[in-house]
Design a protein around this ligand. Sequence first.
Ligand SMILES: Cc1cc2nc3c(=O)[nH]c(=O)nc-3n(C[C@H](O)[C@H](O)[C@H](O)COP(=O)(O)OP(=O)(O)OC[C@H]3O[C@@H](n4cnc5c(N)ncnc54)[C@H](O)[C@@H]3O)c2cc1C
Length: 373
Amino acid sequence: MRTADVVVIGGGIHGCSTALHLALRGLKPILVEKDYAGRHASGVNAGGVRQLARDLAEIPLSISSMDLWEKIEDLVGDDCGFTNNGTVLVAENDEELASFRARVDDLRMRGYTHEELIGRDELKRLVPAVSDHCPGGVVSRRDGAADPFRTTQAFRKRAIERGAEVIEGVTVTGLARVGDVWRVETSAGPIEAPKVVNAAGAWADRIAAMLGEPVPLTVVAPMLMVTSRLPAFIDPVVILRGRKLSFKQLDNGTVVIGGGHLAVPYRDRNETVIDWTKLAISARTVWELFPAMRIATIVRAWAGIEAYMPDGIPVVGPSATSEGVYHQFGFSTHGFQLGPGTGAMMAELVATGATNVPIDGLGIERFGTLKPG
Ligand SMILES: Cc1cc2nc3c(=O)[nH]c(=O)nc-3n(C[C@H](O)[C@H](O)[C@H](O)COP(=O)(O)OP(=O)(O)OC[C@H]3O[C@@H](n4cnc5c(N)ncnc54)[C@H](O)[C@@H]3O)c2cc1C
């Protein structure tokens, strides 16, 4: 019988980050991943590291994560390709700009200063290629982007170096309480541990179901496409609110275009089917917003399998039914940036029973799940 202090289910950025931070606290975690670390959303996402435009409930986690992103090399021994040229939310008309102003004012009243309203001149300075019809926007200057697969692998590697065990190609198939511990059934035999973290991404509802804790998770598959190389013309990541778009140029000149149009996911087969008609909508948006992009050629498109919650924010915190089990899933297409900080917070919660980073509003009980009986 294998034993551990904590079994972490899932080897995405969240599971790997939590395993590392548990090991840094002197605990012995075993991480179980059914495929390989970074195989799903964490390895194939757009790499956006953004505090901008986050739900209020996520902001403390996002800020604590950004503090770790800024010293990521110290944490994992790799700079993860992280660059911080900011994220700019572009307003396409005066009405949008007015709503952005209201949001920034509201954040200031709550003590958050990371979002900054900008007018036409500053927008043009930050994003010279943007179309002249845009009257301004919001910038979060500490934001940036990183290489997602490299980042997830760096967390995995450092977790192992610090004493975590990572078992890949093995699926968690059951959870049962046996005395004081959890017996985690896997396709390679059972593991016993007093604590379990459910970081199973788009499959996390199945782990929750094993605990009698149903959760309304939807499986989605955001799409991305990438262009051929273009001369450097943009530094920050650009996002839109009204139309679905996120947009950034990599160091090699290629431009990654995404923003929320969805492929069809088949999570039991680890497959997605690209919807080219929806990608054409993203291409049209880019055409209108960045005239310089009209010569670009799309060379590749892909999608990743991701968990989406009805309110668009993750499930983070203790199980409502099962003592010793913690949830960390449902990142609703924006969980990459949250990985470093949420792992640190989760390790603190698991190790001490409390956390200094507020996670109010993120608990599973918001879906009306039963309390421990
Ligand atoms: C195309 C795309 C673009 C995105 N762009 C961004 C972005 O720019 N910025 C941003 O912040 N976020 C972005 N996201 C969202 C981000 O990628 C995810 O929110 C984040 O990676 C989720 O991490 P995770 O560790 O929770 O899940 P995952 O990476 O899915 O990891 C969960 C792991 O659990 C494993 N697992 C599941 N069930 C079991 C089981 N029973 N036993 C063992 N293992 C199991 C899975 O195989 C999987 O590897 C994007 C997502 C996609 C798909």
